[in-house]
Ligand binder design. Sequence first.
Ligand code: CA
Length: 583
Amino acid sequence: MKLKLLAALMALGLGAGQHAAHAAVTQEMLDNAATDTKEVLTWGMGTEGQRYSPLKQVNTETVKRLVPAWTFSFGGEKQRGQESQPLIYNGKVFVTASYSRIFALDASTGQKLWKYEHRLPEGIMPCCDVVNRGAALFDNLVIFATLDAQLVALNQDTGDVVWKEKIDDYHAGYSATAAPIIADGLLLTGVSGGEFGVVGRVEARDPKTGRLVWMRPTVEGHMGYTYDKDGKATENGISGTTNQSWPGDLWKTGGAATWLGGTYDKRTGLAYFGAGNPAPWNSHLRKGDNLFSSSTVAIDVKTGKIKWHYQNTPNDSWDFDGVNEFITFDMDGKRVGGKADRNGYFYVNDASTGKLLNAFPFVRKTTWANGIDLKTGRPNFVPENRPGDPTEGADGKKGSAVFAAPGFLGGKNQMPMAYSPDTKMFYVPSNEWGMEIWNEPIAYKKGAAYLGAGFTIKPLNEDYIGALRAVDPKNGKIVWEVKNNAPLWGGVMTTAGNLVFWGTPEGYLKAADAKTGKVVWQFQTGSGVVAPPVTWQQDGQQYVGVVSGWGGAVPLWGGDVAKRVNFLEQGGSMWVFKLADIK
Ligand code: CA
């Protein structure tokens, strides 16, 4: 059957026949993915993560003629959050779905070529819905991570499993939801599980075999390792200094999960991973900065060592997490990186040294700090707005509650922003919300939630929570915004057609003029969009694709906001659009 299908596709001039059958995806192709308009080879539409396409067939003039080309349902009874960014290569779409599924589709018709459904055990512990954010391509493989903390590599043409490796023990709270990235010929992955006291780390593997090459912990005090061909481990230096920023034994279950994956810039040779919240949430138990939690960590891919780190929220007490993507770009003749942190501040750091160059709020309300000191790189904390120590409470069971903004779901969460080298602006899917939060006593227990905090997320405004914002990284100005009633949870893409695309939980894929923010197109996809759009050109036609399916952390953790948006329906499909009159 498979041979027949392949023959049929080749006869039609599609798929394998079109692009020199089975041309292997190489590092060189991935290094140039940002300017490759024929395919989408990596998460971030380029390893740097800018999510910018030079395509302009679809532009502010023509976008009104953008109509559906095809749609594909993920089927089954498995819906929930669909946060996946599709990849496009060799006439095929590779798209992951909820519950650790992946599909290969014909990119011009949407016809299913194969699917792989990972067999998930009972007892997995994903904190924030059964999502997956995408795959990686290398050689003839498509590789993705699963909710039971495994990596699976499949043959791009057949969907057959080529290798499968366990990252860690799901019974201890480990899971994996991020798209892996390929950097300098290595497959780089992180771990999820910061709410269960896992130990965050970045691992490098041989993408063709799954063999471990190095491992770098993102909690200060833990040893890094390199591995030889037989799997023998050699110590490769401790991350930081044991007990320097962590008291007692808490670093042993310190969190700092690298759950959103990373970006890579071949010009610096560095991979940039966000490291999440320190565990537990109750900050009074862990006096100190708690490196490398709530930080960007830049890792030299060749050595597996931390070249620099920048901590957005020292001694994080709000689950501000710090995992958000670090996107490299050029500013004032320098290679720098931008990050819109969950804590509500946008940071610009030197991409080679980590030196803080600029920091400004991109949301309207931040209670926890009055700005970031550009000299020291540290936040100016507002001490009275830190949730209180339960041991100082009347009964020792609950510390004083505070109202904090942003809430822990963040000024921006997992949904990736985009950067346009044309307008020199970032397009940030942001949210305005806060939370009541208090601390409670807690002790680590394997596989149990390790928070030591209670909370309720609350909206700040009656008329909107979400706002897509055009942000100037040089002066910190919000140039324009498009408000949205529900919290934004999908990623953003921008194009040389002077367009910005993003999705809404209300089900719309929207496009706005990148310079002015005027909404010029929208389409109702039938369920909430919580995934980033992509675009590519095939046979002279520009396509725009996005996954639709409401879910993610908001319905599960969103408190009063979850109640406000509980009318939204789940789904699971991919939509692809093209201009109506291009033949
Ligand atoms: Ca967290």
